[in-house]
Design a protein. Structure first.
Length: 360
C-alpha cells in the first residue's frame, strides 16, 4: 500500500474492507482460504493486522486473565503476527516465543511487540511436518484460530490427527502449565472445541475453564445449542469504520475456548458450593428474564420469583454471560432453578478472572 504511513487513502481503506470480508468468510462455513498460507499475501496480512489482530489480542487478554498464576515462559503456536503472544507479554510473561510457517508474519508481530519494549522470539515451524524447534517446556501455550486450517473436517482421520497434535502440545507444558485454545463462535468451530473438550475430560485431562461440569457436554446433546464466550469489546475508530463499511455486526468478543491444564496437574479443587457458569445472555420468557447455566450438576436455567431481587440475590440483575456464580437455597424442579426467599446468589469469578480453588 502506498500513501501516508499513518492514514489509509480511500482506495486503500476499501481494499482493506474487501480483504477483511474474505478473511472472515473462512469462519462462516465457506472455508474460502482453508489450505492457503494467506499471510503470504501482503494485502491479507495488512487487513488482518488492522482488524482481526486487534480483536484477537483483546480475546487473548481476557482469556489469560483466567489463569490463576502468571506464566513465565510462553509459546504461541501457528501464531501469524502473534496477537496472543503480544497478549501473553502484556499479561506479564517474561519469555515468549512465536512459531509459525510464515516468517514475515511473525516478524511483523515481533516488531509490534518490540515497539512496546516487549521481546518476542520467532521460530519458523511447519507443525504438521517437523518437531518443535524450541527446547524445553512452557508454562503457557496458545493456539488461536488454527485447528480448522490444520485439520479440515473434510479430510479423513482429521479428528485423530488433531487429538495427537493437542496431546503433543500438552506434553510440552510444565507440570503447572496451561494450553489455551481459541476458535470462532460459529457452529462448526464451536462444536469442534466442545467435542475436543469431551475427549479430554474422558481421558482425565483437567480443564481450567470455562467448564466445571465433568460429564459429557450438554450442548452437544441438543441440536443448535452452541456454547461460547462473550466479552466486552473495545472499538478503536478504525475498527468501527471497517465494521460499518463491511456490514459487520459485532459488538462484543465472541469465541469458543478451552484452557487446559497440564495432564500432570490435578483436577480443579472446587469449594462445596453449587457453582455454575452463565452460558447465555438474559433470555426473555413468559416467566420473565432467565439465564442458562452449566455447572457441577449439568445444564439448568435460572429465573426469579421477584420483580425486585432481595439483597442476597441482587446479583441476578447484573449477571453476564461467562461469569461463575454460586447459588444456595434456590427452588429447583425439572432442570430449572428459581430465586425465592432465602436464596443466595454470588458472583465467584467475573469474566476474565480465575476460579478460586480450595488450598490444599
Amino acid at each position: 500500500m502506498s500513501g501516508p504511513g499513518d492514514k489509509l487513502q480511500t482506495r486503500e481503506f476499501r481494499r482493506v474492507v474487501e480483504c477483511v470480508k474474505i478473511l472472515l468468510a473462512q469462519h462462516d462455513g465457506k472455508q474460502s482460504l482453508i489450505g492457503m498460507d494467506y499471510f503470504s499475501n501482503r494485502e491479507y496480512l495488512g487487513a488482518y493486522l488492522l482488524y482481526q489482530w486487534v480483536i484477537h489480542y483483546q480475546e487473548g487478554m481476557s482469556l489469560l486473565g483466567e489463569l490463576p498464576t502468571t506464566p513465565k515462559r510462553a509459546l504461541d503456536v501457528c501464531s501469524g503476527p502473534s496477537p496472543l503472544g503480544f497478549a501473553a507479554l502484556r499479561h506479564g510473561v517474561s519469555e515468549a516465543f512465536a512459531a509459525d510457517k510464515n516468517q514475515a508474519a511473525m516478524e511483523l508481530g515481533a516488531e509490534i511487540c518490540g515497539r512496546f519494549g516487549l521481546p518476542l522470539s520467532v521460530r519458523r515451524w511447519n507443525c504438521l511436518k517437523e518437531p518443535l524447534p524450541i527446547e524445553g517446556h512452557f508454562d503457557l501455550i496458545t493456539l488461536g484460530y488454527a485447528l480448522p486450517e490444520l485439520f479440515p473436517n473434510s479430510e479423513k482421520g482429521w479428528q485423530e490427527k488433531q487429538d495427537r497434535f493437542i496431546d503433543y502440545l500438552l506434553q510440552k507444558l510444565t507440570s503447572r502449565g496451561y494450553l489455551v485454545l481459541v476458535e470462532s463462535s460459529f457452529a462448526e468451530d464451536n462444536q469442534r472445541i466442545l467435542s475436543l473438550r469431551d475427549r479430554l475430560v474422558k481421558a482425565g485431562v483437567p480443564i481450567q475453564a470455562p467448564c466445571i461440569w465433568r460429564g459429557e457436554c450438554p450442548a452437544l446433546k441438543t441440536a443448535n445449542s452452541p456454547c461460547y464466550a462473550q466479552r466486552d469489546m473495545e472499538k478503536p475508530h478504525l475498527i468501527k469504520e471497517i465494521q460499518r463499511s463491511a456490514g459487520i455486526n459485532l459488538s462484543s468478543l465472541k469465541m469458543s475456548y478451552l484452557i487446559i491444564r497440564s495432564p500432570k496437574a490435578p483436577q480443579l479443587n472446587l469449594p462445596d458450593e453449587k457453582l455454575y457458569r452463565i452460558i447465555s445472555p438474559p433470555v426473555e420468557s413468559y416467566q420473565g428474564k432467565r439465564f442458562y447455566l452449566c455447572g457441577i450438576d449439568g445444564k439448568k436455567t435460572l429465573g426469579s420469583h421477584f420483580e425486585e431481587q432481595p439483597d442476597e440475590a441482587r446479583a441476578f440483575n447484573y449477571l453476564k454471560r461467562g461469569e461463575l456464580v454460586s447459588i444456595d437455597n434456590a427452588l429447583e424442579q425439572q432442570g430449572s432453578m428459581e430465586i425465592v426467599e432465602g436464596t443466595t446468589l454470588k458472583v465467584q469469578a467475573a469474566c476474565g478472572k480465575p476460579v478460586e480453588e480450595i488450598a490444599t
